[in-house]
Design a protein around this ligand. Structure first.
Ligand SMILES: C[S@@+](CC[C@H](N)C(=O)[O-])C[C@H]1O[C@@H](n2cnc3c(N)ncnc32)[C@H](O)[C@@H]1O
Length: 278
């Protein structure tokens, strides 16, 4: 998050939907001791211990403001559809989704997950591995998946870099979606931006040849930077013949963060690149 929408410590995606606005303490929280986790069978606070890793991260961990409904969804559905990014083992995506033939796309930073649930409902033949560190959003997406009868969404908790680097195998992804990543507008924070040459190098190894990398942002300078680094990345080619931005594909719904940007008069850019054949 950024000052163009909200500060990193007050993310726009943390805003709860009106129907879920109550932020009462979770029942387990009322009796737990200071060091006990809020959701014993739910997402771990820092599954890979990434605070020990000397690496600049693209996010700020946030676990506050879990509503009653989100907490209930986390307690009940996390054991079934949730996954901590602990970096300890390789993932078998066929096993995770219960279908070895299902193409799986990774979405990094789903926020509250409404757009993710919409895309999953519209395309049941694709699995979405949805990754974020945002606990209320994780509960929200799990609840949405259940209410909409979606069996093609799995929620991964933690840093997407560790997921890509340590847990996903080469060529395992049919696509990668990064919608409205935190723009980190201040110059001294630019190194926190996700879309960088090193990230693209790593992502390329996990994407199958021909897989789409789809990014979108409403922050013009970040859009320009994305276009520059993606165009220079040897493993990717622009799907647009003119080498520019893409029209928004029909499969991408309006996201929560995007809506807030549009309200402020921001212009949204989509970037659609294809993983080149090896
Ligand atoms: C600005 S929000 C956008 C959320 C959503 N895509 C939308 O458009 O409403 C960016 C999200 O990306 C998540 N994020 C950023 N870097 C991440 C990383 N390395 N791993 C997992 N999530 C990350 C943040 O926690 C945040 O929820």
């Amino acid at each position: 998050m950024s000052e163009n929408h909200a500060s990193p410590s007050a993310p726009a995606s943390a805003a709860a939907p009106a129907a879920e606005a109550a932020t009462v303490p979770a029942p387990a929280q009322q009796t737990r001791g200071r060091r006990e986790p809020m959701f014993p069978d739910g997402p771990a606070p820092d599954p890979a211990g990434s605070h020990h890793e000397r690496r600049i991260r693209s996010f700020q961990p946030r676990r506050s403001r879990v509503t009653t409904g989100q907490g209930e969804a986390l307690r009940r559905l996390w054991p079934k559809w949730g996954l901590d990014i602990d970096g300890l083992s390789k993932l078998d995506l066929g096993e995770l989704f219960g279908d070895p033939e299902l193409p799986v796309v990774l979405e990094i930073g789903f926020g509250m997950g409404e757009a993710t649930a919409e895309m999953a409902a519209a395309d049941p033949g694709t699995g979405i591995l949805a990754c974020d560190v945002h606990t209320p959003g994780q509960g929200n997406l799990l609840g949405l998946a259940e209410r909409n009868g979606l069996n093609n969404v799995r929620v991964a908790n933690g840093d997407a870099i560790i997921l890509l680097r340590e847990m996903l195998t080469p060529d395992s992804l049919a696509g990668l979606r990064v919608y409205f990543p935190d723009p980190w507008p201040k110059k001294r924070h630019h190194k926190r931006r996700l879309i960088q040459p090193e990230f693209l190098e790593l992502a390329a190894t996990r994407l199958a040849p021909g897989a789409l990398l789809h990014c979108a942002t409403d922050w013009e300078p970040y859009a320009e930077q994305m276009l520059e680094v993606l165009s220079a990345a040897p493993d990717f080619e622009n799907t647009q013949a003119d080498g520019g931005f893409a029209p928004r594909p029909e499969f991408r719904p309006l996201t929560r963060f995007e809506g807030q940007g549009l309200d402020k008069g921001h212009v949204v850019h989509d970037l659609l690149f294809r993983r080149r054949a090896h």
